[in-house]
Design a protein. Sequence first.
Length: 462
Amino acid sequence: MIQISKLEAISSALYGTPWAITEAGLNLMTGIIEAHIAGVRLSDEEKQIRAASQGYGSGAEAPQPQVALMNLHGVILSRASADMTMSGYTDPQRFAANMRRAADDPNVSRIVLSIDSPGGSVSGTRAAGDAVAYAASKKEVIAVADDMAASAAYWIGAQATRFIADPGATVGSIGVIMALRDTSEKNAKDGVQTHVLRSGPEKALGQPGEAITDATKAHYAEQLATFHDQFVQAVAAGRGMPLSQAQTLATGRTWIGQAAVEVGLADEVGTVQQALAGAFSAQPDTQRLAAQSPTRLSAAVEKSGGAPVPPEVLAMLGLSADATTEQIQAAIDIQRKTAASTERTNMLAALGLSEEPGKPANLSALAAQAKDGALYREAQLDRLHALTITNEGNDEAGVQAADDAREVYAGQSLERISGQITRLEARRDTLPGGQQSKAPANAAAKSTQKLNLSAFGLGGKR
């Protein structure tokens, strides 16, 4: 009797829950859970081996100084237990906590996110995606589809500064799915009747053992539509693409490698190893270290205690091996001033302010914005709108893209709006003259993207 109760409880959670996952991923998860229910367990020795050797889960690694490697591997399952993570699942809440920790770590300048997941539960996915967006608002986050970034995994990865697809990686599957199991006829044959008493007609529909009615299907279809819209909006916001384009891609289809780049779901084709080496970064690691860590450079010089300063430190300061003590100190002072200036500029930019030479930012205006959150929010949305036009082009299509971006972000948090502003500014600085977002850097970018969409059967709105 206890075993039957447990089986029905877990089956209810599995079959009556919305999932952002591929069909194959859902089947795999179903098999693992049903095996678990059947009594299949890992031995203590197997648990120790898996915990020590496998790379699934949501941990962060440090393969090289100032670069954090985060893993999003396996099926995403909200608040997965330790046993489940050892079986290949990822806890999105734990992943989010680790991502935010890396974002706030001053010793980390860049985050590489390795993704190999078919997706998972909708629950917890938004928190994980918001954590990636938060990190991207503070530093560079390079997401890499390392074999598969589908459904919920793509939702999360799309919030990164840049999204890279391995040549053979599966990317996309934008959409949600729910399975409802109707065992009423089988139970009737077995002589089992299920009676469900409700305080209201829509309370906890689809209970184990009861028939799945049209009303039950309509109820859950409405929920799925809501989650689908949230998914599409998150992709549009994270990728900086018009909402209409994200809606066109949200059919549940997947693309492989370069095809994902051509439809706008990825920026480039590449590997995790290339991302770790800085191949997709806007600034080389040595330059970033010199610009952001003058205190660390000064400590390295002081640590030498009069002995020759390590050549790598001199290189970061832009000095030759025969630099004098005075030259080294002068270089460190310059780095301090540069870092302070960069920090101030980034802070003001995040607040929607700017400074002209000899004209400090209007701090009284900043105070007014701080007192009036609505005014500040509106100013940030205006800035996002203007930057979108700068990147997309000052024409009808560019203005429409800017209007779509404003609509998408109007309901988002200030943290996400500021993160997108930072990404748009970075794109503006690297794409001369303002080019279409996520498109090839050439004069025929717009027509090329339209051609590719048509080739994949995605020529118009759904």
